[in-house]
Ligand binder design. Structure first.
Ligand SMILES: Nc1ncnc2c1ncn2[C@@H]1O[C@H](COP(=O)(O)OP(=O)(O)O)[C@@H](O)[C@H]1O
Ligand SMILES: [Mg+2]
Length: 245
């Protein structure tokens, strides 16, 4: 289980995350929705230790990882948790195989042959052929996204953090990525935290949904109950209405 307790992150005098509380139980898909610029990416980056928290706690499987050093994150957290960045974050100068291999560099127990096998398996899991030797620029947007997901699952992590996995994709590709997120959860037994503003996708794939607004989680509910909430900010957001308050 991943548990955020009063998690706070500030940049200068701006409190981007202001005592955020959220629990993600094993096997769940939990989505965080919220307006652009509200701190969704900051939330994921803080959880995986790319940004440091200014207050509160991040509890991962019972261990408080909030103040872990970079070395501790590499050793204990990142083999168990991967983030899929919004832009995909593949290195253009490296082949698909090399990009995925980067994720395996801390897995010292794997031989080169085992790593290559793991890369092939990961590509297969996301529905791609063994395109080890191709370069990212030769791939379509949907394929690039899948390679980024293949890299994230190469270590067989328990936790996956997805940052806007369907943003910028057409409806067919969005659907495919949403299906993939669900399939990985059931086939690999992962637990996922998804940041998105694809409301219909969120409704379909998530167990629970939380809304981040002005640094706070203003509402958490079961995804199936999303259309029956008594919260104006949340209702306006999922109906695509502009909220001025
Ligand atoms: N490294 C940083 N330094 C300073 N401000 C940042 C940094 N990263 C994000 N921010 C600010 O934090 C706010 C939330 O950003 P972000 O989490 O990217 O929003 P979103 O919900 O769209 O993902 C934005 O105002 C952004 O400018
Ligand atoms: Mg973002």
């Amino acid at each position: 289980m991943l548990e955020l307790i009063n998690l706070t992150k500030e940049f200068g005098t701006r409190k981007i995350l202001n005592e955020v509380n959220l629990k993600v139980s094993d096997g769940e898909i939990v989505s965080v929705i919220g307006m652009s610029g509200t701190g969704k990416s900051v939330l994921l980056k803080t959880i995986i230790g790319l940004l440091s928290a200014d207050g509160g706690q991040i509890i991962l499987d019972g261990t408080d990882i909030t103040d872990f050093t970079e070395q501790e994150f590499n050793q204990f957290v990142r083999p168990n948790m991967s983030m899929i960045f919004q832009e995909g974050a593949l290195w253009d100068s490296m082949t698909v195989g090399q990009n995925i291999d980067l994720a395996l560099k801390f897995q010292k127990h794997l031989s080169e042959e085992e790593r290559r096998k793991r890369i092939t398996e990961s590509l297969k899991m996301v529905g791609l052929p063994p395109i080890h030797d191709e370069y990212p620029e030769e791939l379509s947007g949907g394929m690039m996204k899948r390679v980024a997901i293949a890299r994230a699952i190469a270590t067989r992590p328990k936790y996956l953090l997805y940052d806007e996995p369907t943003t910028g994709l057409d409806p067919v590709l969005s659907n495919m990525i949403n299906e993939l997120i669900m399939r990985l959860n059931s086939e690999l037994g992962t637990t996922s935290l998804v940041v998105s503003h694809d409301i219909e996708g969120v409704e379909r794939i998530s167990n629970r949904v939380a809304m981040l607004h002005r640094g706070k989680i203003v509402l958490t509910c079961d995804a199936k109950d999303m259309r029956r909430q008594d919260n104006e900010i949340f209702n306006n957001f999922i109906q695509g209405k502009v909220y001025f308050k």
